[in-house]
Design a protein around this ligand. Structure first.
Ligand code: KG4
Ligand code: ZN
Length: 389
């Protein structure tokens, strides 16, 4: 099954074309196209993602990103007989009532294409920024109407959850119960899946997400947005450990919740204290970055370990942008190795931060679980707070 997937929940405009085979027992994925257009440059100046700016950028980028993905998958062909049926054209264009500019681009660039040989279209319906989600949803609905294809809505977090089944785990499979550690700019969650589509939320952050803490601490230290990669690099370059120890919030609490805003504030006080006495030198900044990173990781590992001993999962799945952090990957791998019989699925770095391949993979597994594609397309809407559990 070949799926064209669209992801616009935050600040990446992403389109992938993914081929899935093997069903739930031995899923195998080929990524035929993986296009991600990042808006980092635009949001950088604001220190975070601005929803309406994100929406405008998705509107501008979706058509070129789709054309690039179709070209990568060798599915970009002009039609000898463009679709001229007025009803089909109208059915597609009715989705662009609020995205007029995107509607014009769609008319100019998509109507002339030969319908590509794909089986379904998948799109993120939530959670995320609603103005941003709507652009992808409307675009996906228009494509499905024009090309008469089934449309599969996907939960973004389920995308992160299955991203560990990507090409380097072939054929990988999720044996239940499966524990998911999902860590991104918007989420810090431990999820227990007892079967496909059956999720239980064990715990989550009570304030900031761990990725958000990386971004805020990077800002305090004068590193660029998004902060995760910058902190990781600075920490790796730190010549020595920091003399002070930062707190590990909630590490011993009797639950599976997290809290990252106090850790960020502790870094803030530390930076202020330093600046009173002398300038914050490069090596001090690196040492602070290293200690912050280790504090953040310690809590993630402690709570994940506790969930493993409590629920004895057969699979541990890590997902989300923060999993790109090399130290976290290394320490998580070491920890998982101490539990015989536990399989760790950790996504290729290409699949950790937001992308559409994970959305296509989740859509394939969902269709495989239901043993069918939707007969009639649902009328979708953006669901900003959509939960997995
Ligand atoms: O999954 P993602 O791309 O988007 C959301 O759904 O939020 O995650 C983005 C987050 C950002 O906070 C970013 O700083 C963090 O993931 N991140 C990292 C790294 N790369 C991205 N955090 C730590 N280390 C990294 N290498
Ligand atoms: Zn994400």
């Amino acid at each position: 099954m070949t799926i064209l997937a669209i992801e616009t929940s935050c600040d990446e405009t992403a389109v992938s074309i993914v081929r899935g085979t093997g069903g739930l027992r031995a899923p195998r994925f080929t990524i035929l196209a993986h296009q991600v257009s990042s808006q980092i440059k635009i949001h950088e100046a604001w220190g975070g993602v601005v929803p309406n700016l994100a929406k405008r950028e998705h509107e501008k980028n979706l058509v070129p990103v789709l054309l690039a993905a179709l070209a990568d998958a060798k599915l970009l062909k002009n039609s000898k007989k463009p679709i001229t049926i007025p009803a089909r054209r109208r059915a597609a264009l009715k989705f662009f009532g609020r995205e007029v500019e995107l509607g014009h681009q769609f008319e100019a660039e998509i109507f002339r294409l030969a319908p590509p040989r794909i089986d379904a279209i998948a799109v993120t319906e939530g959670p995320g920024l609603e103005p941003a989600l709507w652009v992808g949803i409307n675009f996906a609905q228009a494509l499905a109407a024009l090309w008469k294809l089934p449309l599969i809505p996907v939960n973004h977090m389920e995308g992160h959850f299955v991203s560990g089944l990507g090409p380097s785990h072939q054929p990988g499979k999720i044996t239940f119960p499966a524990l998911g550690l999902l860590v991104s700019g918007g989420h810090t969650e431990l999820i227990l899946a007892t079967n496909w589509g059956r999720y239980r939320l064990l715990g989550r952050t009570r304030d900031d997400a761990v990725g958000e803490a990386f971004d805020k601490v990077a800002r305090l230290l004068g590193y660029p947005y998004p902060g995760g990669p910058a902190i990781g690099k600075a920490a790796a370059e730190a010549p020595n450990d920091f003399e002070a120890v930062l707190p590990r919030p909630m590490i011993h609490s009797d639950d599976f919740d997290f809290s990252y805003s106090g850790l960020k504030t502790a870094v803030l006080y530390l930076v202020q204290k330093f600046e009173k006495v002398h300038m914050l030198g490069e090596n001090t900044k690196r040492a602070i970055a290293k200690e912050f990173q280790q504090a953040a990781i310690d809590v993630l590992i402690a709570k994940t370990t506790k969930a493993i001993t409590t629920f004895a999962p057969k699979t541990l799945i890590a997902g989300g942008g923060v999993i790109a952090n090399p130290e976290l990957r290394r320490q998580l791998t070491t920890m998982a190795g101490t539990f015989p019989g536990l399989t760790l699925l950790i996504p290729d770095s290409l699949l950790t931060t937001d992308n559409a391949s994970m959305i296509g993979m989740a859509a394939y597994l969902r269709a495989a679980n239901k043993k069918s594609l939707p007969k009639k397309n649902p009328k979708l809407k953006a669901r900003g707070n959509l939960a997995l559990a």
